[in-house]
Design a protein around this ligand. Structure first.
Ligand code: IPM
Ligand code: MN
Length: 383
């Protein structure tokens, strides 16, 4: 019986509040025959830690986190209320830096952000068909626009030039596309088995597929990586004749996400384009309050993945017991589902937690209630 070691990083702002509710739910699941979990809380990364130690994480953060099977993170970045004279301001790049450091440190090259419209969650699109939304955006999480190379020449002068390099590798493209097709194969199997709503996508040979992968690029303007992505995508796709394929330019994809999101299934995009598309996809699924996300290394399960809601630290409502914990709870369910690939108890616990959050949403929607009251309701549904 595997004992899972989970590093719990509540972070800043509403992070600790939504995490407290989530930890209660995880402990309750564990007690009721769920997976055996050891949850260890860390006070970093956080503003507070920076205030006391001059950095958002201790120098040995990587060695510490490497001892865990998975990382569960709340939210980062909160200087406190504007009325606070003691407000401790940090630049975003510093307070949010640990997110990128952890992704890089554990080579979490795939970011998965599912989007489904849960009953009771706000529906921002008028078209009823938008209810059938069922997509998974897979964001390349290790390179591209986020390599952080470049600089400022003659800063502050009228001649200033800022450069920001984008780096794309064939190996990076190949592994993320292969992962996207593997996820599509799994979704097709779920649709075949009736555990996911059925969908049909046209295949080039006239047949129909139960899953599709859509490649996003801006190859009409960003030619070099666009060409390489297209080539590698077609090569990988040829190994998956049963999966439909599609391509959209990122600007057109934004338009189509809003006009006809039900036409998308698995979507694979570069780091920055995936970042932007996943905020849009989160809105389609009812907003940041219900959008989970994970960062993982699908090729190496010993690298701890990081599970984090897509939302931020919401300093405006922090400390007032007003934050909706649904996204954090659904993120924990994603973590349990990942554990469930090895541990049947975790797979069942993931389903129970999702069901409990969905049941609460069906009754109450996302109207503002106390964080702890939502936690109590979900806990009651679990026991
Ligand atoms: C996200 C966030 C981060 C990103 C920021 C906070 C660095 O927007 O997780 O989507 O751009 O990846
Ligand atoms: Mn983002």
């Amino acid at each position: 019986r595997k004992q899972w070691k989970i590093a719990v990083l509540p972070g800043d702002g509403i992070g600790p509040e939504v995490m407290a509710v989530t930890v209660r739910a995880l402990r309750s699941l564990a007690e009721q025959g769920g997976p055996s979990m050891e949850l260890t809380e860390f006070p970093w990364p956080s503003h507070q830690w920076h205030r006391e130690h001059g950095s958002t994480m201790p120098a040995d953060w990587k060695a510490t986190l490497a001892q865990y099977d998975a990382i569960l993170l709340g939210a980062l970045g909160d200087p406190g209320p504007t009325s606070d004279p003691d407000r401790y301001l940090l630049p975003d790049a510093v307070s949010l830096g640990p997110l990128l450091d952890i992704r890089k440190g554990f080579d979490q090259w795939a970011c998965e952000r599912p989007a489904m419209l849960l009953e009771g969650a706000p529906q921002y699109l008028a078209d009823e068909r938008a209810r059938d939304l069922d997509m998974m955006v897979i964001r390349e999480n290790s390179e591209g626009e986020y390599v952080g190379q470049g600089g400022r020449l003659a800063p502050g002068t009228p001649r200033e030039v800022a450069t920001q390099m984008e780096v794309f590798t064939r190996a990076g493209a190949e592994r993320i596309f292969r992962h996207a097709f593997e996820r599509a194969v799994a979704r097709a199997a779920e649709r075949e088995a009736g555990t996911r709503r059925n969908r049909e996508f046209p295949l080039a040979d006239g047949g129909v597929a139960r899953a599709q992968v859509c490649l996003i690029t801006k190859r009409n303007a960003l030619r070099y990586w666009g060409e390489m992505y297209t080539e590698v995508f077609e090569q990988v796709a040829s190994d998956y004749p049963g999966i439909a394929t599609h391509h959209e330019l990122v600007d057109a994809a934004c338009m189509k996400f809003v006009m006809s999101p039900w036409n998308f299934d698995v979507v694979v995009a570069s780091n920055l384009q995936g970042d932007i598309l996943t905020d849009l996809a989160a809105v389609l699924s009812g907003g940041m309050g219900v959008a989970p996300s994970c960062n993982l290394n699908p090729a190496d399960r010993r690298q701890p993945p990081m599970f984090e809601p897509t939302h931020g630290s919401a300093p405006d409502i922090a400390g007032r017991n007003l934050a909706g914990p649904q996204a954090m709870l659904l993120t924990a369910a994603m973590m349990l589902a990942w554990m469930g690939e090895e541990d049947g108890r975790a797979a069942r616990a993931a389903q129970r937690l999702r069901d409990a959050v969905e049941a609460d949403l069906r009754v109450h929607g996302t109207i503002q209630r106390e964080t702890t009251a939502i936690g109590d309701a979900v806990l009651a549904a679990l026991s």
